[in-house]
Design a protein around this ligand. Structure first.
Ligand SMILES: [Zn+2]
Length: 349
């Protein structure tokens, strides 16, 4: 699955400062190699292991990064460094990832950074997956014209990233958990164990659980489409296909998700008053502009300053945003950084 995007013969002769980026997701691992202008030169996608433990996930990350490098004709050790966007609690100083619950056997802590450094032979920097995807949209994508914004990654869960006055706001390390903003006191059980969180209605994992419960009362093709597509989960593409087929249960659950997103995101805007909300993540990217518009409409009745709604726009970097944001954790050569910000070269990748 390695892909080279128009490899240039001059790439190796000029020995440019190439960087690696890895998006470690619950279902797939996306590795890319970028140049100093953040153009994607090569990529490789591997499924995330569903069994085993952190060592197995780390081994797959190494394979994916090595594959992306092979597409460009280099070894990982030739990279300036590799950034990794990971779920879970990240300790940047020690390179450990803890309680990454959607990864197999990752309830505890694992020193992912040092492990990858020893296998790849280059510097590795870890970041939170949602925050790096937001950083990528801010630097290279839909957020380029704003100084402050809220990124909402609508996927398996609902994650948030915050940029205030040009800088990521991570709080004490736990900021941006917009999925766990309460939209209904005593409401539905969230995968986090609490009740009434936005994610309990809008996260893909929670939506799948709701679909399984309700399939007895309401006929649905969701699980048939899942099987047809050879999936074991209701992926974003399964939801998109069911909506295309006007599946009643899919429509009902997506409607509930949009209501919850509207209330939760509007509440965050009432607090932060940032000028822009960027909707990304697996479902956000797959469903795109029409659904982003519906989220914007669902926010409106909950906005306190309702005459001044923020811009609500789809993520521009698509699926590549997470890996690009991870690559941004490795700083490009200083002289070219301003050029990188002007040129969204990788937007189509
Ligand atoms: Zn929750």
């Amino acid at each position: 699955m390695e892909q080279a995007n128009k490899p240039r013969t001059t790439t190796r002769q000029r020995r440019p400062r190439l960087r690696g980026g890895i998006d470690l997701g619950g279902t797939k691992i996306e590795a890319i190699v970028v140049d100093s202008g953040n153009t994607v030169l090569g990529s490789s996608r591997h499924p995330t292991p569903t069994t085993g433990g952190p060592e197995d996930v780390a081994a797959e990350l190494v394979k994916a990064m090595t594959g992306a490098c092979a597409a460009v004709g280099i070894e990982p050790a030739a990279l300036v460094g590799v950034g990794v966007g990971s779920p879970g609690v990240i300790d940047e100083a020690t390179g450990t990832v803890s309680t990454a619950r959607n990864l197999p056997g990752w309830e505890g802590s694992f020193a992912l950074g040092p492990e990858l450094e020893s296998k790849l032979g280059t510097k590795v920097v870890l970041g939170n997956d949602v925050q790096v995807a937001t950083d990528a949209e801010f630097a290279l994508g839909a957020g380029r014209s704003y100084r402050s914004l809220l990124g909402v990654m609508w996927g398996t869960g609902v994650g948030g990233g915050i940029i205030l006055d040009g800088k990521p706001w991570v709080g004490r390390g736990g900021a941006g958990e917009i999925g766990h903003v309460v939209v209904e006191i005593g409401g539905a059980r969230c995968p986090c164990g609490r009740r009434g969180c936005m994610e309990a209605y809008a996260g893909r994992a929670a939506m799948e659980a709701r679909a399984r419960k309700r399939q007895k009362e309401k006929r649905t093709e969701l699980f048939k489409i899942m099987k047809e597509r050879g999936r074991t989960k209701l992926t974003s593409s399964v939801w998109a296909r069911a909506l295309e087929r006007q599946d009643k249960l899919a429509i009902e659950l997506i409607d509930e998700a949009i209501e919850a997103l509207g209330a939760g995101i509007a509440s965050a805007i009432n607090l932060l008053d940032v000028p822009a909300v960027i909707i990304g993540g697996g479902l956000g990217v797959r469903l795109g502009q029409p659904y982003v518009k519906r989220i914007r409409n669902a926010m409106q009745p909950h906005l306190f300053h309702d005459a001044y709604p923020p811009d609500v726009v789809p993520a521009a970097l698509g699926d590549a945003g997470g890996a690009l944001g991870a690559a941004l954790l490795i700083k490009p050569p200083a002289a070219r950084r301003s050029a990188a910000r002007r040129s969204p070269a990788a937007a189509g990748a």
